[in-house]
Design a protein around this ligand. Structure first.
Ligand code: CP3
Length: 363
């Protein structure tokens, strides 16, 4: 089972010409653009005063579950930064909550998932994937509201966590450095492992397709921690599930696959059917592109180190030029960071970066 690449599919969603021909969607298809599109992973968040104002007095999850506020946060960041795409404000972990794992975000500690999954019985006890996807209707409602507030030529990106990264959170019960529980589970009980990833994937496919039906015209799959695996483990334990996920996504919608520290896996990730490969800071953008088939086959997104936003302006803009030089003006480059905006970032630095990329690349 596979899905026609975005270049072959055509405008099957019947997007309006302004959206279809937007810088961002053209770049996803590997077409030439009048300037390099740019957006920033985690562009809406704690580094912005507007976000902190809306967030104060409520929990992060309450904010995610309020479609009017989630939409406002999304639209504000998009407009203030003047980026070429919006990404819906939510989190990858809401899917695990919908599958039945209690989720909390403790201040300073990151996410906590109660009832971590440590055996096959816990996988069987997860909620039905279709019911889980339906319970995420608040995300779909936030998307419907957001697309009505966006300029006609600005796409909205939907997203989810990848099967591996979500399984890792479910098994560890939160963030981890070594992923020891995850790997132990994987090596010890391949049957339960595959059942868990299949269950997560079965929730992700209807969840993403409902995001698309609600108005997102691109989706990004965050496989944040898959870079901790060897090639052999990726092929055995992850690739079949990632392929199934991508194959299940509505044809004609570009799929961006992103993971950190995945330079040793990029060709395998691309082979899962990605239209765009997200490149992290530690990975060479140009070499990755060539390894994944070059610009005639795939687009690339990345990869400025988010820490550069914390440093002097001159160094930041020079480093942006280095990323642009690595892309070399080839069609199909989407400028982004190599990972999310850090909360210590001065928003003016982010805005200056966006302006700089636009000015440097206007053709
Ligand atoms: O990019 C955007 O503007 C959209 C929003 C978005 C969030 N999380 C909001 C968020 C997206 C795309 C994500 C994805 C996400 N969430 C990932 C994949 C991306 C990556 O960074 O690799 C992961 C691993 C998560 C899980 C997650 N959510 C963690 C580890 C944390 C804690 C981080 C921290 O610094 O405390 C979150 C919380 C989270 N997700 C916040 C935001 C704005 C901070 C919440 C708050 O306190 O207000």
């Amino acid at each position: 089972m596979s899905r026609p690449g975005i270049r072959a599919a055509g405008n099957v969603l019947n997007l309006k010409p302004e959206l279809w021909d937007s810088h961002f969607l053209r770049a996803c298809r590997g077409e030439a653009t009048k300037r390099t599109p740019v957006w920033l992973m985690r562009q809406a968040g704690r580094y912005m005063q507007h976000y902190r104002g809306i967030r104060s007095g409520r929990s992060f999850l309450d904010l995610c579950k309020d479609p009017a506020l989630a939409s406002e946060v999304t639209l504000y960041a998009r407009e203030w930064l003047d980026v070429d795409a919006a990404i819906i404000f939510s989190d990858i972990l809401v899917v695990l909550e919908a599958l039945g794992l209690p989720l909390t975000f403790a201040t300073g500690d990151g996410p906590v998932l109660g009832k971590p999954i440590r055996d096959g019985a816990a996988v069987v006890a997860l909620r039905d994937p279709l019911t889980a996807a339906k319970d995420l209707g608040y995300v779909h409602e936030a998307i419907r509201r957001t697309v009505t507030g966006l300029p006609a030529d600005i796409p909205l990106i939907g997203f989810c966590g990848a099967p591996y990264t979500l399984a890792a959170y479910a098994i560890e019960g939160g963030s981890s450095r070594q992923f020891a529980h995850t790997k132990t589970f994987m090596y010890r009980d391949g049957g339960a492992w595959n059942a868990l990833l299949a269950r997560i994937t079965a929730a992700l496919i209807p969840y993403l397709n409902a995001q698309i039906a609600a108005g997102t015209s691109c989706v990004q799959v965050f496989d944040s921690w898959v870079g901790h695996l060897t090639r052999a483990d990726f092929i055995e334990f992850v690739q079949p599930h990632l392929r199934t996920l991508v194959a299940g996504i509505t044809p004609g919608v570009p799929v961006i696959l992103f993971g950190t520290e995945t330079s040793h896996l990029s060709d395998l990730i691309a082979a899962c059917g990605a239209d765009v490969i997200g490149v992290d800071t530690t990975t060479d953008l140009s070499a990755t592109w060539e390894r994944c088939g070059g610009p005639t086959r795939i687009a690339v997104q990345g990869n400025l180190d988010p820490c550069l936003l914390l440093g002097p302006r001159e160094r930041l803009l020079k480093a942006a030029d280095v990323v642009l030089a690595a892309a070399g003006g080839r069609p199909g480059h989407i400028f982004n960071l190599g990972h999310g905006v850090l909360k210590e970032t001065d928003p003016e630095q982010a805005k200056a970066l966006v302006q700089h990329v636009h000015a440097r690349t206007t053709r």
